[in-house]
Write a protein that binds this ligand. Structure first.
Ligand SMILES: Cc1cc2nc3c(=O)[nH]c(=O)nc-3n(C[C@H](O)[C@H](O)[C@H](O)COP(=O)(O)OP(=O)(O)OC[C@H]3O[C@@H](n4cnc5c(N)ncnc54)[C@H](O)[C@@H]3O)c2cc1C
Length: 391
């Protein structure tokens, strides 16, 4: 099986100073109380107009984001490309609630598509449906509540924005991921994604939907989706993830008194993730797959299954993806072995991507073992370089 313990390959792109900075950052992220306090103080400081931007930019922003704009992310794109790791530009501005902002987000995503069309190192674009319309209305339409005429108009605008983005992806021959979100938005997202797949995936997998395997209903949903696409003779693109909103999902299910949509245990999620990989691999005649994961076992499992099925490492139908600033040992060892690998590279004005950064910080305290693993690997590489075994 593929191993990810080559820290030289994992961190070759980082200078000694960068590594030390990353080490310090992950050491701090280990403490939930610091993350909690730091998030609170940073939000307050931005609100009060205090000069914290420089500090945020040179620390956590630098670790997890490409830049404040596409142009500013260019050096990161080139740096990753040097090691054959692709970039997926992720416009990470969140929490907008007015029509002007939704239009701006749409235009910005179109810019990422145009950028991808002209740069071989950007294999995909990505967007979130909740970035294109008010969450309150998306939730309402998702739950099939009656809508006022005004609300219907808002929904129609969301559909148009999604269609515009997918059409631009189609025109430019760039594949685009539709991210998966909270379950109270996901039926609507799935419905839009299927419409787009039927419309734009006749000749190639332009539109990818995302499957969250932490949900107990998603493996069956995925199997049915593959069948539906096969019957309609369209290509299907799928991004497989475990799912990012577990705590919120469990909390809402408890408060509202419905069945928790998330698997009871991590083992059940892991099992479904790997079963989803198996099922996708047996449908590769019409399916393209991206494994969006930091899980070492799932990544090496996919690599192993590819080999057992006689699929070349560089097969264009399969891609691995991780988030910038996390699990470099997986990304860079995969790319070194010839697998298609890419990083989500979030970007946007610092103040606007703050919610994303805070989520990353919290994830790195809450995901069991994640911070410990990053620290151990960075420490190992610093030690290796100190011992003189460096090029
Ligand atoms: C490139 C990329 C794209 C992504 N896109 C999306 C997206 O569109 N939508 C989205 O929701 N997330 C997305 N994510 C985040 C992803 O869903 C996970 O939150 C994150 O990657 C951690 O899971 P993992 O597979 O890396 O591995 P691990 O660290 O092994 O797994 C952690 C995950 O397992 C699950 N889990 C943990 N404990 C339990 C438990 N007790 N019971 C049941 N399940 C449990 C949770 O999903 C948790 O996040 C993306 C991640 C990447 C790398």
């Amino acid at each position: 099986m593929l191993h990810f313990d080559d820290t030289e390959a994992a961190f070759e792109y980082q200078s000694k100073k960068d590594l030390r900075k990353a080490y310090l950052l992950f050491s701090l992220l280990k403490y939930p109380i610091l993350v909690q306090l730091g998030s609170f103080i940073t939000i307050a400081a931005f609100k009060l107009g205090l000069p914290v931007k420089g500090l945020v930019k040179s620390t956590i922003f630098r670790q997890f984001c490409g830049g404040e704009s596409i142009q500013e992310s260019e050096s990161r794109i080139n740096q990753l490309a040097k090691y054959r790791v692709g970039t997926i530009l992720d416009y990470s501005v969140e929490g907008k609630e007015n029509e002007g902002d939704f239009e701006n987000t749409k235009e910005e995503i179109v810019k990422t598509i145009i950028k991808a069309a002209e740069n071989n190192h950007i294999p995909f674009s990505v967007f979130k449906v909740t970035g294109l319309g008010p969450s309150s209305i998306i939730k309402k339409v998702n739950n099939k509540y009656a809508l006022s005429e005004e609300e219907k108009e808002v929904v129609s605008k969301i559909r148009h924005r999604v269609n515009h983005i997918c059409n631009m992806a189609y025109q430019n021959n760039v594949s685009v991921f539709i991210d998966a979100e909270d379950s109270w938005f996901q039926d609507f997202i799935d419905e839009l994604a299927l419409d787009m797949i039927m419309k734009y995936n006749k000749k190639a997998p332009i539109v990818y939907n995302t499957i969250q395997l932490y949900r107990h209903d998603r493996l069956n949903y995925m199997i049915d989706l593959i069948d539906t696409c096969r019957k309609s003779d369209v290509y299907l693109g799928l991004k497989l993830v475990r799912g990012a909103y577990m705590e919120k999902e469990r909390e809402q299910a408890e408060i509202q008194g419905y069945r928790d949509p998330i698997h009871a245990t991590k083992e059940d999620t892991d099992k479904d993730y790997n079963l989803a990989i198996d099922h996708c691999l047996s449908n590769l005649d019409k399916l393209y797959l991206c494994a969006g994961t930091h899980n070492e076992f799932s990544s090496s499992y996919l690599a192993q299954k590819m080999s057992e099925n006689g699929i070349e490492n560089s097969d264009p139908r399969i891609c691995f993806a991780q988030l910038l600033g996390m699990s470099d040992h997986i990304s860079f060892n995969l790319s070194k072995n010839g697998y298609h690998t890419a990083k989500y590279v979030p970007y946007g004005p610092i103040k606007e991507v703050l919610p994303y950064l805070i989520r990353r910080a919290k994830e790195n305290t809450s995901v069991a073992g994640q911070t410990g693993r990053e620290l151990t690997l960075i420490k190992k590489e610093i030690k290796r370089r100190k011992s003189g075994k460096i090029s």
